[in-house]
Design a protein around this ligand. Structure first.
Ligand code: NAI
Length: 403
């Protein structure tokens, strides 16, 4: 089949196997190059660092989770297990990018002699937790690091079976702001109606810390966490411009819950001298973030400003910096007053934010986006689905089942 990109309301419906492989290979090459030798203090070599050897990544097939898996495996020869929710390919339908990424990653990791496995299924379910426990017992014994990087629109409660949906909405009042579609560069006004109380509670159920805690409780009970094991979940804060739809909206309430769970989990992990952290990461184009209203416009301005200052990073660079200079540098883990690790430090610098705000004020409804990098955002969005690589012939008829 000839695989073309199809995007509907910032959601890509197709993925390209060869392009996904290229995306994974590029990230691996960057990590291997820096891990071996590096003069850059922000991305130091991993030689001599005590990084975890056995890593479980919940949501490890795309975005920040995939990067965590790549940095662990190709930065420090770690064995990894991924848990993610995927659609497999058929003769005339493409798989999810996460499926292609995972196949590409696991082939390359195994070629390097590393153990690399996946459990494809619903991470919120008890069956998946059981399947992961079996895999750990059979293959790795115990786990040194659990990354929690799920971004999901829904969750079925494993006990009651009740389905919960997460929504991206403001709380209290409707929010009107400028926005932009990835495909057109025309700025338009978007209004998002406020969430009901029920929707707030449901979003917390899906994207808060409840399931993270269930995972850690489960792994502790089964004695599957090694002495001094660490767990890290990813969060976002962002600038005031996006507060109504993000930090002060439904997702922000869920992130608050996730962040509060870290303290409880650290208490539980004391039994094995372990630690739970939340890392606040930078806004980046992923399958999850592209659908948040207002965020693509913010990202287009942020990308341009950060690129001009030489500070733009992709998911892999963020995670590499997080692991090598913050979590496993050998020094005390740096945190803010609320105990969070801040790898969004460059994004939140006052000079960066002031410049983004200045440019935000220049945008006009119905006009093209100015002084932003929508092209860069769009390029990254294409690439995370395996499109937009110059040396791949997208007109070629290929079998979507072969990566
Ligand atoms: P993503 O959409 O690229 O990755 C989500 C992962 O979760 C995928 O591997 C997917 O297969 C998996 N997943 C979703 N539902 C699942 C289920 N029911 N069972 C098993 N696996 C499931 O998302 P992204 O952006 O990498 O997000 C990961 C975390 O990072 C989220 O907590 C997000 O809030 C956080 N974050 C994202 C930022 C961004 O700008 N993209 C910024 C800061 C934090």
């Amino acid at each position: 089949m000839i695989i073309t990109k199809k995007v509907l309301r910032n959601v890509s419906l197709t993925a390209h196997p060869k392009g996904c492989r290229r995306y994974v290979e590029d990230q691996i090459a960057w990590v291997e190059e820096h891990a071996k030798q590096s003069d850059n203090p922000h991305y130091p070599s991993t030689t001599g660092l005590h990084m975890p050897k056995r890593v479980l990544v919940l949501g490890g097939s795309t975005g920040y989770g995939l990067s965590s898996r790549i940095v662990a495996a190709f930065g420090h020869n770690s064995d990894t297990i991924n848990v993610s929710f995927e659609r497999e390919p058929s003769e005339n339908k493409t798989a999810t990018p996460g499926w292609y990424n995972t196949m590409a990653f696991e082939n390359l990791a195994k070629r390097k002699g590393l153990k690399a496995f996946s459990v494809f299924g619903d991470a919120f379910s008890n069956q998946t937790k059981e399947a992961v426990a079996r895999k750990i017992e059979q293959e790795l014994g115990q786990i040194d690091l659990v990354i929690y990087s799920l971004a999901s629109p829904l969750r079925n409660d494993p006990v009651t079976g009740q389905a919960y949906k997460s929504v991206l909405k403001p709380i209290g009042d409707a929010f009107t702001a400028l926005s932009v579609d990835l495909e057109s560069d025309i700025v338009k006004q978007a209004t998002i109606e406020p969430a009901t109380e029920e929707q707030v509670a449901e979003t917390v159920k899906v994207m808060g810390g409840e399931d993270w805690s269930l995972w850690i409780d489960f792994l502790l009970q089964r004695n599957l966490l090694a002495h001094e094991a660490m767990t890290v979940a990813y969060s976002y804060i962002g600038p005031k411009i996006t507060y109504p739809v993000y930090r002060e909206g439904t997702i922000g309430k869920a992130k608050e819950h996730l962040e509060n769970s870290a303290e409880e989990l650290t208490n539980k992990l004391k039994a094995i001298n372990g630690q739970a952290y939340v890392s606040v990461n930078k806004a980046l184009v992923t399958r999850a973030s592209a659908v948040i209203p207002v965020v693509p416009l913010y990202m287009a301005l942020l990308y341009q400003v950060m690129k001009e200052k030489g500070l733009h990073e992709h998911c892999t660079q963020q995670i590499y910096r997080l692991f090598t200079t913050m979590l496993f540098s050998g020094n005390a883990v740096p945190t803010d007053n609320d105990g969070r690790v801040r790898v969004d430090d460059w994004e939140m610098r006052s000079d960066i934010q002031a410049e983004v705000e200045r440019r935000w004020a220049l945008q006009q409804e119905g006009k093209s986006l100015v002084q932003g990098d929508l092209g860069g955002v769009w390029e990254e969005y294409e690439q995370i689905h395996g499109f937009g690589f110059g040396d791949i012939d997208y007109s070629k008829d290929i079998d979507p089942r072969i990566v």
